[in-house]
Write a protein that binds this ligand. Structure first.
Ligand SMILES: [Zn+2]
Length: 391
């Protein structure tokens, strides 16, 4: 009788131990066990380039995203890329860059003053890597969760002296003729006679785009139906805010790749995780993590494409760090993280750069951010880049 009871209790105890061990070990296991590092690729020709810019994504935002999303032993998609380096981000005359000068360096290979879009301080226009790609008949795409008129997307598509004039920038977005443009900012493209429009000149830029051959969509369901051609998607009146009609950054990235990869000459796509910066300006830790997830999911989709393709280079970097975020403690699982911020502005720290695909090793080392488009141009065989456009 006694031994039976003992057996019952010991079985229960064993059962309990197994459960607790399983639960216990789960805490210390990487949450993202499948994400192995990707191998260095053979040096085959580069046909396509996908450039990811995490606006405001310094090493702290990246590490916070890693700890919180996959734990200290896990690996984000961005961390699977085998070639890594650091980029210094200063603008033409200031240690701390804004997103316009930062994106100009990354798009044109030139430093400029804060606030200027693909234009030198003396107003000389400088060619963007997207414009160079258009000259060579590559397909081009821009994806962002901010307005398409915002500093980073704008500095890849057009040349303009100030980022502050969204209404003046919007017509340049349309005339840029970039094949796939997906983001926010409807209010800057629609006349004020329409409920969402705020254009005082009453121009209807969406109609202009349609006249230029674009399919226009304003929600994720309609975006999913478009399979080819020129595509303009404006999914929010300004920046995205996780509304149901918005596609995710990953869905936009996948759609852009689906359409652009139909071009036999190859393509260049720039994808911006626009709001890591906004979250960090607000010193909002939880929002930084959500934006890092959004950004990293999109990178995962691009890596899947690049792995299958073999001639696609994926590069991920940032324009600057925002907030002077510091992680001072927490559990390996990413729980109970302690974070401090030193500012609600940008800092001057170098940012990480990651690359996967043929010739990814070109980005290794400590460099200036202006090398990024120069390497891209040389790999794609654009001989006269970087280049000033005014005579
Ligand atoms: Zn910012």
């Amino acid at each position: 009788m006694k031994s039976l009871k003992w057996m019952k209790y010991s079985t229960l105890f064993l059962f309990y131990s197994v459960i607790m061990l399983t639960l216990g070990t789960r805490v210390y296991q990487p949450k993202n066990v499948l994400a192995d590092p990707l191998p260095i690729q053979p040096d085959s020709p580069v046909k396509n380039i996908i450039l990811f810019i995490g606006d405001g994504m310094g090493i702290p935002q990246l590490s916070a995203g890693k700890f919180k999303l996959v734990g200290a032993h896990g690996r984000l998609n961005v961390e699977r890329m085998p070639s890594t380096g650091l980029l210094y981000t200063h603008s033409k005359d200031k240690l701390n860059t804004d997103s316009a000068a930062g994106a100009t360096a990354l798009s044109t290979g030139f430093k400029t003053r804060n606030g200027m879009l693909a234009m030198l301080p003396d107003h000389t226009r400088v060619q963007t890597i997207i414009q160079a790609a258009q000259e060579k008949a590559l397909a081009t795409g821009i994806v962002a969760t901010a307005s398409l008129t915002h500093a980073t997307p704008a500095a890849f598509m057009l040349n303009y002296p100030s980022r502050r004039w969204d209404y003046h920038i919007a017509p340049h977005v349309i005339s840029s003729n970039v094949q796939v443009m997906l983001g926010g900012g409807r209010q800057y493209f629609l006349p004020e006679s329409l409920p969402e429009g705020k254009r005082k000149d009453d121009r209807h830029l969406v109609k202009d785009a349609i006249r230029n051959g674009y399919t226009y969509v304003d929600n994720r369901t309609d975006m999913a139906k478009v399979k080819r051609g020129k595509l303009l998607g404006l999914f929010q009146t300004d920046g995205f805010y996780n509304a149901p009609e918005e596609p995710s950054l990953q869905e936009m990235t996948e759609k852009a790749i689906e359409i652009l990869s139909q071009n036999e000459n190859g393509f260049i796509l720039m994808v911006e995780g626009s709001q890591i910066d906004w979250a960090a300006h607000n010193n909002d830790f939880d929002h930084v993590i959500r934006e890092m997830k959004t950004f990293d999911d999109a990178i995962g989709a691009a890596l899947d494409f690049a792995m299958a393709d073999g001639n696609t280079l994926v590069v991920a970097t940032a324009d600057h760090e925002t907030g002077g975020m510091g992680i001072t403690g927490g559990k390996l699982s990413g729980d109970d993280m302690k974070v401090q911020w030193i500012t609600n502005k940008h800092t001057c720290h170098p940012v990480p750069i990651f690359a996967f695909g043929p010739h990814s090793d070109k980005f290794v080392g400590v460099n200036d951010n202006t090398i990024v488009p120069k390497i891209m141009a040389s790999l794609l065989g654009f001989p006269d880049f970087p280049r000033m456009l005014n005579e």
